[in-house]
Design a protein around this ligand. Structure first.
Ligand SMILES: Nc1ncnc2c1ncn2[C@@H]1O[C@H](COP(=O)(O)OP(=O)(O)OP(=O)(O)O)[C@@H](O)[C@H]1O
Ligand SMILES: [Mg+2]
Length: 248
């Protein structure tokens, strides 16, 4: 399709080539995997009054661990036996196809740009190799991601996906860099902010919270993604819920 342009600057980052680390698959009994299960439980607790079927994790800036947290959360969710669809809606720095070694010639952008009246999602959604977890890669990088994500077609897709799956978890871009997440977050049941300890500036996190509120997103709280600096353990996650972005 000639109207899709691949953006060279997106290819420069090594982690985009490598994808996210699936620690919940590699080390399911590790404390980190247990923390992802706790995160899942906490989100479930917050869904009592308003069921959460579509969820995204975002962050203030790039490279704060969104894809890592999103993918591992989707895996532990699928492990409960619920049918989960993991969608790569980070159309600028997509990683899902690399993480799970998928063909990315067709994906979300195929659905959003198709002129067909109906489109069979089964032909585009791919199995993950993990029970109950299905995957929708980004598809080719479009020139107009925010426009596609705010389209009626995106709303229709989310509606169809939530009818078919128990949980739809969406990987999205950071808040302060592009407007994509703002435009999609109002159509999702809930959003969680990923904060990387030592990296996310307090002002940045506060601004991200403001932007989510302006978009009328249902912000559940934040996940602290903490890289251990001595290099021995590698990971650590913590959580917080409430209005921490309001603090001065
Ligand atoms: N807690 C952690 N400990 C160690 N490394 C981590 C941790 N979280 C993420 N990383 C690593 O940091 C890099 C960025 O993570 P990830 O791709 O998940 O971030 P992102 O916010 O999705 O980035 P982007 O903005 O490019 O989409 C990856 O190489 C990932 O493996
Ligand atoms: Mg990412």
């Amino acid at each position: 399709m000639s109207f899709f342009h691949r953006r060279n600057e997106n290819q420069s980052n090594a982690r985009i080539h490598n994808g996210a680390q699936l620690i919940t698959v590699m080390h399911p009994k590790s404390p980190i995997s247990e923390q992802f299960r706790t995160l899942r439980t906490n989100i479930n607790f917050m869904a009592i009054d308003h069921p959460i079927k579509t969820l995204a994790l975002t962050s203030a800036n790039a490279s704060e661990g969104k894809s890592t947290v999103t993918d591992n959360l989707a895996i532990v969710w699928a492990q409960t036996g619920q049918k989960v669809l993991l969608v790569d809606a980070d159309l600028r720095r997509s990683t899902l196809h690399r993480t799970f070694n998928l063909d990315n010639r067709e994906g979300l952008t195929t659905i959003l740009t198709s002129r067909a009246h109906t489109i069979d999602l089964n032909t585009i959604i791919q199995p993950s190799g993990i029970d109950n977890l299905s995957l929708l890669p980004s598809g080719p990088t479009p020139p107009n991601p925010a426009e596609l994500l705010s389209s009626q077609r995106m709303k229709d897709f989310l509606k169809a996906a939530r009818e078919r799956y128990d949980m739809v978890i969406v990987d999205v871009p950071p808040m302060l860099v592009v407007t994509d997440t703002q435009v999609i977050s109002r159509d999702l049941d809930a959003v969680v902010l990923v904060v990387k300890q030592g990296q996310t500036q307090k002002l940045g996190a506060k601004r991200a919270v403001e932007l989510l509120k302006m978009a009328h997103a249902n912000l559940l709280g934040y996940v602290m993604n903490d890289v251990v600096s001595d290099g021995s353990a590698g990971y650590g996650y913590g959580y917080g819920y409430g209005n921490d972005g309001d603090d001065e």
